[in-house]
Ligand binder design. Structure first.
Ligand SMILES: C[S@@+](CC[C@H](N)C(=O)[O-])C[C@H]1O[C@@H](n2cnc3c(N)ncnc32)[C@H](O)[C@@H]1O
Length: 241
């Protein structure tokens, strides 16, 4: 009887470990476009100073055909998106669009926001795949509300970016870390480098100068070439593999 109980406990433990592994393997949460809902935005507030929709920390406005996400606590605009040109209308994003090597194929964007950067990148016919990681599903919902038919090469991952980095087995020619906040979000940039193809490029967008300077020193130990430039109110770090 004792032996039977021991074997039973062993079997239970083995099953528990197997299901734990399965959970880890499935922690990358890819959303199909059809499964993403839309947001009930207030269409009466178009071209007024009232928001179309408010999230926890920021509100969405639409004026002169430009959508903008405004941060309620810092009074800073997070990103802008032009409904006519379907491009992001914000200085650091435009700088990335000018600087990035145009012959790349696979891109990963950390921090989807209003989705202006992925849409602008999707116009480059060399780019075959744009994986976007976002922690807040409402960002994808907002995107679907204002862009009902985006290009199929944009893919949507609802994950904390640090979990995604740990689990991802994909390789990219370019990664843009646009999780943009007062504090740095990415825990381990060595893991980010492992997601890049050799010759790949990483852009990091930050708002605090001190944070950017400290991070540059750490990144110099990981990447072959690291540079920092001011872009309007932001700091843009460029890292080459
Ligand atoms: C500046 S916005 C990104 C702008 C965007 N690239 C564009 O083109 O409009 C920053 C986004 O990062 C997301 N974010 C913040 N922390 C995150 C995390 N830990 N994992 C994934 N996304 C995160 C926020 O929810 C927000 O949507």
């Amino acid at each position: 009887m004792k032996r039977f109980i021991c074997v039973l406990v062993l079997i239970i433990i083995i099953f528990q470990i197997m299901s734990l592994n399965e959970n880890f393997a499935n922690s990358i949460n890819k959303l199909e476009w059809e499964s993403i809902k839309t947001l009930p935005i207030n269409k009466n507030n178009i071209d007024t100073s009232e928001p179309l929709y408010c999230f926890e920390n920021y509100c969405l406005y639409f004026k002169d055909n430009v959508y903008s996400l405004f941060d309620k606590s810092t009074f800073l605009t997070h990103s802008k998106y032009n409904a006519d040109t379907k491009e992001c209308d914000f200085v650091y994003l435009k700088t990335i669009l000018q600087l990035y090597p145009k012959n790349i194929k696979n891109v990963c964007i950390f921090g989807f926001g209003i989705g202006g950067l992925p849409l602008a990148l999707s116009k480059n016919s060399n780019i075959e795949r744009i994986d976007c990681v976002e922690i807040d599903v409402r960002m994808f919902e907002l995107f679907k509300t204002i862009n009902p038919n985006p290009p199929e090469k944009i893919h949507y991952y609802l994950n904390d970016v640090n979990d995604f980095i740990k689990e991802s087995e994909s390789k990219y020619d370019m990664i843009v870390d646009d999780t943009y906040g007062a504090e740095k979000v990415i825990v381990d940039y060595k893991l980010v480098k492992q997601m890049l193809n050799p010759n790949g490029i990483l852009f990091i967008n930050l708002i605090k100068h001190e944070l950017a300077i400290n991070l540059v020193e750490k990144l110099k130990k990981i990447f072959s070439n690291v540079s920092l430039q001011p872009v309007n109110y932001n700091w843009l770090i460029t890292c080459n593999y």
